[in-house]
Design a protein around this ligand. Structure first.
Ligand code: PLP
Length: 426
């Protein structure tokens, strides 16, 4: 593969944009080398600025579950754009999308649209604090809920008392209200609840994690978490920014058989345009401005183009729920094929899969939380990533990210991917 134009564009971008990118993981820091610059995409394929073709396994980080430039979504955006791109006033399509989302997702009455997953999670936490009158939240090491201050907190020995900031710019004042627990470790949550009795507003979790690879919650953990929250008047927030409208119409709540109190959405709900959302019962959402005192707003929230993309996307998924089964079957096929190909390499590896999320970890221990995910051999991962890239397979450029399959992927694409693994020297 020749990456000449991509490298030149990256060099130029670095002169004007910090690190040359508008979101850090795009810069290939974890895998080395220059990122490829995308020219266009259709279905399951990306085409870069050097005219290389790639089979895409990130789908705009989960958003494009039906593939790139999906006609019904595209047409909805084009139609809408011709009639104005933003009004800052109410439009009917906001209610249309809200109605559809509420009908698909269990256990919610109302939904508020924002512009990103970050905004959704940030606003959900504010709402939880306003509703409960309590300040602290519990999050899990390795779970990502966007880049708002409260969430950029790292695990550490001080976790039972004070979190410590892991990004300069996050104050100790903010960090102290975010407590850290370990994923799949109910005891770590119970301890925090005990030590901070009556002070915790919410527990926020990726119900199937995708930001430390794909990590599946054990039944005991996720059901125990629900029980612990109910017993202690703590709201359970499911960050379904990745899992929502991907694991099924009803997302992780449906897939895991659990009811959360507040849900956060992003990615698929915007059909590839910038949309986030948070949702809950009438009682909880009644605390949100202008009905209640918890403030939240946005100039471009409910933007007509974004709403039309989201509505077209959810309509497709709602009308064709077999897409979710098709995606699961494709992911299972990939899983089996990758296992066979990796077995031949004689290296330790783990594959985690849930629905259409899947990740490969180069370690001999089961990957169940951030600590076990972090044990993966990054040198092997780098060889694997670049070996695949050179054969036209675009995987997430970090061992801490899940792959997201899109339904435009064919079985031939999956088999090409599996064969490519066989050709890499790991
Ligand atoms: N929550 C989860 C689970 C995510 O994976 C992400 C982004 O990857 C976010 C929140 C933040 O979403 P956004 O990047 O749209 O702000």
């Amino acid at each position: 593969m020749i990456y000449k134009r991509s490298s030149a564009l990256f060099a130029e971008a670095k002169q004007y944009i910090p690190g040359g990118v508008n979101s850090p993981v795009r810069a290939f820091k974890a895998v080395g080398g220059d990122p490829i610059f995308v020219k266009e995409a259709k279905g399951a394929y990306l085409c870069d600025e050097d005219d290389n073709r790639y089979i895409d396994y990130i789908a705009s980080w989960d958003s494009l579950i039906l593939g790139h430039a999906y006609e019904p979504v595209l047409n909805a955006i084009i139609d809408k754009a011709k009639r104005g791109t933003s009004f800052g006033m109410p439009t009917e399509i906001e209610t249309d999308l809200a109605k559809l989302a509420v009908s698909m997702v269990p256990n919610i009455d109302k939904i508020r649209f924002v512009n990103s997953g970050t905004e959704a999670c940030m606003s959900a936490v504010r709402l939880a604090r306003g509703y409960t009158g309590k300040d602290k939240i519990i999050k899990f090491a390795g779970c990502y809920h966007g880049h708002s201050d409260s969430f950029l907190i790292q695990a550490g020995s001080g976790a039972v008392t004070f979190g410590s900031p892991n990004s300069p710019g996050v104050t100790q004042g903010t960090a102290k209200d975010t407590l850290l627990a370990s994923y799949n470790d109910l005891e770590s949550v119970a301890n925090l609840v005990k030590v901070n009795q009556g002070e915790i507003a919410a527990v926020i979790i990726e119900p199937v994690a995708g930001n430390m690879g794909c990590i599946i919650p054990t039944d005991g953990f996720i059901h125990g978490l629900r029980e612990l929250c109910t017993q202690n008047d703590i709201l359970l927030i499911f960050d379904e920014v990745m899992t929502g409208f991907r694991l099924g119409r009803g997302g992780a709540q449906e897939a895991l058989g659990i009811k959360a109190d507040i849900l956060c959405f992003g990615k698929v709900i915007g059909g590839g345009l910038p949309v986030g959302a948070f949702a809950a019962s009438n009682e909880i959402m009644g605390h949100l401005a202008p009905e209640g005192p918890v403030y939240q707003a946005g100039t471009l929230s409910g933007n007509p183009l974004a709403m039309s993309a989201g509505l077209a996307m959810l309509t497709e998924l709602n009308n064709n729920p077999e897409v979710f089964t098709s995606l699961q079957e494709k992911t299972a096929h990939l899983h089996v094929g990758l296992s066979k190909a990796l077995d031949k390499k004689g290296l330790p590896y783990q594959i985690n899969r849930f629905g259409s999320m899947i990740s490969v970890h180069f370690t001999d221990h089961p990957v169940i939380d951030f600590a076990t995910s972090a044990k993966g051999n990054n040198d092997t991962f780098k060889k694997y990533f670049h070996g695949m890239l050179d054969q036209g397979i675009y995987l997430p450029p970090s061992a801490f990210e899940s792959y997201f399959l899109n339904d435009a992927l064919s079985y031939e694409d999956l088999d090409e991917t599996i064969e490519a693994v066989g050709k890499i020297a790991l």
